[in-house]
Design a binder for this molecule. Structure first.
Ligand SMILES: NC(=O)c1ccc[n+]([C@@H]2O[C@H](COP(=O)([O-])OP(=O)(O)OC[C@H]3O[C@@H](n4cnc5c(N)ncnc54)[C@H](O)[C@@H]3O)[C@@H](O)[C@H]2O)c1
Length: 347
């Protein structure tokens, strides 16, 4: 029986509690300590999860030699300071997205991760969403042939979200980076690192927010694939990350809020099935059932733990997180200058 990994969670927000559930329910992990600068929230969540050890200063958690790993769910602006300190203290780190708001902060974090003997993962949770995992597997297996166009989207009406904290109104936290990094990361995961980004944006919905709230970025990916990432944080519709992947032999339409995905596949008709138990008999679109699970902290944490326990490589490394920030910032810059921008991958 291998050792139980003792985990500390820094923040007691709603999102942090989703991480706590994943830790609590993993047989090889222990939710050992939690931290929040808000003592009242800390006490409430400690009681909810039955956690004995609490602190209001994350440095107290890092000083405890019993803590093996930390999950950082604090405001974006604090990710650099806390994750660098955690890596330097010898802890494994799972840090929420976006990794940081500037390339300078990303560089400090990638440097600390490269130096550390522990693991660092960035919480790009879309890579654990059932519809996107299935799409990625089908594409990698060649089921839709050669990819030529990818379309990803993050449409989320922030005006409807209750209790959004003030740190989100930082002018550095452009909507295309804050929430939009999910759609950027998905496009990068499927199609690779874009070499050039051109974007347009406007500011018609969230008038009291400091940045534009609607951005469309077109991108050139490796292997002559082109793509489009659309982000709106003021749109009047239900939350979605509707995404379409076009290949020479088929097309996949999927998102993170529907109970099914649609696959068009050219030339099917021989009873071949992409999903066990569901025969696909013709080339018309077929809808396949999915779990929605758009914040799959269980999938994310279970993989993090497996990488720690079995010394496996992390998929969403610090470098991956930094590349996603860099592409997002390239789009923001392009939308301001009106010129195409080549993202910086020098970390
Ligand atoms: N993966 C996702 O889909 C997803 C969803 C929501 C939020 N996030 C990310 O999670 C992070 C937190 O977002 P949120 O919505 O939970 O924010 P929030 O403002 O709701 O909660 C942040 C919590 O952190 C605490 N805090 C602030 N500074 C702290 C510090 N130095 N030490 C300890 N506690 C501190 C606050 O008191 C608060 O309880 C952000 O990076 C955000 O982008 C990711």
């Amino acid at each position: 029986m291998s050792k139980t990994i003792k985990v500390g969670v820094i923040s007691c927000s709603g999102m942090a509690q989703l991480h706590m559930k994943a830790v609590r329910d993993n047989a090889q992990a222990e939710l050992y300590m939690i931290c929040d600068t808000n003592a009242e929230q800390l006490e409430k969540v400690a009681a909810l999860f039955g956690v004995q050890r609490t602190c209001t200063d994350y440095r107290q958690m890092l000083a405890d030699p019993e803590v093996d790993a930390v999950i950082i769910v604090t405001p974006d602006q604090t990710h650099r300071e806390i994750s660098v300190a955690a890596l330097e203290a010898g802890k494994h780190v799972l840090c929420e997205k976006p990794m940081a708001l500037t390339l300078e902060d990303c560089r400090a974090m990638t440097a600390a991760a490269a130096k550390a003997s522990t693991k660092m993962m960035i919480g790009q949770i879309c890579r654990y969403t059932p519809g996107f995992l299935k799409a990625k597997a089908l594409i990698d297996r060649g089921e839709i042939g050669e990819l030529f166009f990818v379309e990803t989207e993050y449409a989320h009406d922030y005006a409807k979200l209750a209790g959004l904290s003030a740190w989100r109104l930082d002018p550095l936290r452009h909507g295309f980076l804050g929430g939009g990094c999910h759609a950027v990361d998905l496009a990068r995961w499927i199609a690779g690192n874009p070499t050039e980004v051109m974007a347009y944006s406007n500011h018609k919905m969230l008038k009291d927010w400091p940045t534009d709230d609607c951005t469309i970025a077109i991108m050139k990916f490796p292997n002559d694939v082109i793509g489009k990432v659309f982000v709106s944080t003021g749109c009047k519709r239900d939350y979605t990350m509707r995404s379409v992947f076009y290949g020479s032999k088929g097309t996949i339409i999927t998102d993170n809020t529907s109970p099914c995905m649609t696959v068009y596949k050219d030339g099917l008709g021989n009873g071949e099935s992409l999903f066990e138990g569901l025969p696909q008999t013709h080339a018309i679109p077929v809808k396949y059932p999915l779990d929605i699970n758009n914040h799959n902290t269980y999938g994310e944490f279970n993989e993090f733990l497996d990488c720690i326990v079995n010394d496996k490589p992390i998929r969403t490394t610090a470098l991956e997180g930094a590349y996603t920030v860099s592409v997002s910032l390239a789009a923001v810059e392009s939308s301001k200058t009106g010129r195409p921008v080549a993202p910086d991958y020098d970390f």
